[in-house]
Design a protein around this ligand. Sequence first.
Ligand code: BGC
Length: 708
Amino acid sequence: MAATFTAVNAQSKKKQSIDSKISSLIKKLTLEEKISLLHANGIFSAGGVKRLGIPAIMTDDGPLGVREDVKEGWGPANLTTDSATFFPNGSALAATWNPGLAYRYGHDMGEEARARGKNVMLAPAFNIARMPLCGRTYEYYSEDPFLNARLAVQSVKGIQSQHVAACVKHFAVNNQEVERGRVNVEVDERALREIYLPAFKAGITEGNAWTIMSAYNKLRGVYCSENDYLLNKILKDEWNFKGAVISDWGGTHSTVNAANNGLDLEMGSNPPYKTYYFADKLLDSVKAGKVSIKVIDEKVHRILWVLYHTGMSANLPKGAINTPAHSKTAYDIASESIVLLKNDQHLLPLNTSAIKSIAVIGDNATRTFHLGGFGAGVKARYEVTALAGLQNRLGKTVNIKFSQGYSGAYKSSGSFVNDETKGADPALVEQAVAVAKSCDMAILFIGGNRDYESESRDRKDLSLPFGEQTLVDAVTAVNPNTIVVVVGGAPYNISQIKKSNHTIVWSWYNGSENGNALADVLTGKINPSGKLPFTFPADLKDSPAFALNAYPGDNLQVDYKEGILVGYRWFDTKKIEPLYCFGYGLSYTSYKYSDFQTNKKSYKPSEYIVATLKVKNTGKYAGKETVQLYVSKIGSVVERADKELKAFKKIDIAVGETATVTLTIPVKDLAYYDVKTSKWIVEPGKYKLLAGTSSRDIEQSSAIEVVD
Ligand code: BGC
């Protein structure tokens, strides 16, 4: 008790001393200097008051790693010091279901940001995957608010452990790229609170994120960058956010409204910075009495507060770029993210002693993913392609022959990404078929790429681009030992492949160690443990936003008609069979679940449900299994999803061993958001707890009761 008290006391003293330092600095700043802290003065920089020793606020993109430096006009600065580790994309990280890896990702990226003198990393990004076509799905995590929140908190903590502020983005409901700068989102309050805000709330209140980025779009008729409800009421009042709200680049639309409604720092891409809403116009508005000095001082306080935790903090760590530990983190995330979708003939793991030759086919086998499309990328120190990974691991004993198979060159324009390549290239297919015929087996690397999935546009549909289906069919026809590896950051329609092929692996834009991780999964050094962080619909029209004609909106307005039924919540409640369900992923081994129990049968809202179960590894390989715990309300007074994820745990189990898994759910997490009273309500009555290996493979269940 005494120790805790001392710690709390020390913390509040530290806070007081930062607050009093900030207050005395504010007294020394002229109004012009204060305003200079509130708007950009370069593509990624703002502020800085030399005479008082206040450094500039240096920001940089995430989330794939620390972006290369750019010069005015966004061209590369061509430095020799700005390369970085390329970390797996957001949905890859989510597919690991491993919050510990999210912390390491944040920590290592923070260390690289620190080494490059950045104060704010514009990451993590975790808007909900409301519909599968969003061009930034690959940057984001999941369709599920709980998985989203658990990863967000750890990413934030990791980044900030290096005295670099995380900037959680994009706040809020930025769920499509089409018309993102103008579209108005109408979403009911319950869906906003239960689906779209939880990860932001957790990132702020548990992760303690020091900055947040307002989204480009409008919410209920008001731009997010000047949205009093989002920024002042929810973020600053309800969640007690102490840090700074940063606009998205060029996402500010007014001076007085934005200033009074909660925006703290205006960023953007193009000079002259004097013309920004928060530059001379803000100064004029203060002089005209439209924005008070109190409001300005509060913003300056927030910005200095961020600086005192970052560039102005005592004992700043030095940071380091692409250390072996960072490469190991990239490798661990990649190897835990790869999802085994189908292995009907047990072709995987490869029996390498019996294989003499492999045809490696497809543009994605040699393509890198650290750069591409529109938006943030990383100048990777290195990136191991799939082909290089297989050569690294098998090159000495196996004859590996490569054939490109298709061209993934893609130049996007307009709002929608559309496959304009008009099918397969017959010459490339013919060459691939010849190579496939001459080898013991073929591994196809197909899917999207970083030009095809891109910020600022959405895909037009879920189809595989570049004539890939034709290639898959042609290669499979001549070599029965064909494995299909699909690479992408979002769902694609691979139903034809699921029907016709026996072995399918899903991989991602998987960072610097991509190829090594892939080769290790294929050869069995790593037993796959990735689980899908979103539903793969069998048909786009099964997906809620399409079933309800609620995307991309009419007259620049999109109504989230599906309400709380996003992702698997929709598919399960409406009993629609997806192609692959949320949480799905196979292993080279098998697990048996048993002995599911809860510590009690009846709980008060203030209590915790402690559930335990046994998981036995009944197969031939050691493995990692993610136990997923869903909850279903029996006979609810309000609309509910068929089930909701409330806890999960990833565990390592040796061959033949049985692990006892404990999962804890605070009963308050069973609450729904009551729109009438604006309160979270834990409804008394019966609930079913469902423990499974995916959202649709429920192995054990138990009922509990909540009493008032
Ligand atoms: C993106 C942000 C990004 C910013 C700076 C914007 O277009 O929406 O996510 O941080 O650009 O690159």
